[in-house]
Design a protein around this ligand. Structure first.
Ligand code: G3P
Ligand code: CA
Length: 244
């Protein structure tokens, strides 16, 4: 069965990367969530997508220039119109504590291409181990040096390179860097690549799958997972195919 990962939580319906978005993913029956981590000025692992605060909060400037205490005063739903009250930027630890109460998988994307965030890999892995979440976590990044570092630190954990330009035999590349799966942009995930990767035992979880036709194509292919902003629709469409 194709697993459904809610992108930044249920980002299509709720303020991205907030506990509301993650809880919505659980409510609608997603199999997992995808989220993004960076480091605060004082070295805490925080959950936010952009390096800058401007798009998703009521502040501006870089995440890395604010302490956790400062980040916690911000509203992570301020730029969303509608019914949202104040949403705080979660820490990874807060997310892991919540995950302890359910069975969701969690794809943690290390956002360390613009800024390398030295020590991010060690901190993320230490937290995952502290909460004994190794079996439910997939580490991914566009920074493949960072993924190799993760693999060396924690070979028991699954790593998956993210990529947005076409790769030749990406399943071989993934294995070469210690990865166990591939997370391609949907634009570079044609049927032939998905089928070949699956046949070589390398799971494929493309992003960001928001169109019904794309979901159906990937479900029918038996793709390992999809990463979507709309987990409720993804679950409904998957159920619909099952009953046919
Ligand atoms: O992990 C898939 C996807 O989240 C990667 O792109 O920019 O949404 O973090 P982005
Ligand atoms: Ca992401």
């Amino acid at each position: 069965m194709t697993l459904i990962f809610a992108h930044r939580g249920s980002a299509g319906t709720h303020p991205e990367n907030t506990m509301s978005a993650f809880k919505e993913a659980a409510r609608v029956g997603a199999d997992g969530i995808e989220t993004d981590v960076q480091l605060s000025k004082d070295g805490e692992v925080v959950i936010i997508h952009d390096e800058k605060l401007d798009r998703t909060t009521n502040a501006s400037g870089y995440v890395k220039n604010r302490t956790l205490m400062e980040l916690k005063t911000l509203n992570a739903s301020s730029n969303y119109k509608g019914k949202w009250g104040k949403e705080k930027i979660p820490t990874l630890e807060e997310l892991l504590i919540w995950l302890n109460n359910n069975q969701l998988f969690c794809n943690i994307e290390l956002k360390n291409t613009l800024f390398p965030y030295p020590g991010l890999e060690e901190k993320v892995i230490r937290l995952i181990r502290a909460y004994q979440m190794e079996e439910r976590i997939i580490l991914s990044s566009f920074n493949h040096y960072s993924l190799v570092h993760c693999h060396r630190l924690a070979p028991e954990m699954e790593t998956a390179p993210l990529y947005r330009d076409g790769l030749y035999m990406p399943w071989i590349y993934a294995k070469a860097i210690g990865g166990s799966a591939i997370h391609p942009n949907i634009r570079v995930a044609p049927d032939v690549i998905i089928r070949a990767s699956l046949s070589m035992g390398v799971p494929v979880r493309p992003y960001t799958i928001n169109k019904e036709a794309e979901m159906k194509r990937l479900y029918k292919l038996g793709c390992s997972g999809i990463i979507t902003d709309f987990p409720e629709a993804a679950v409904r469409i998957r159920e619909g195919l099952k009953s046919k």
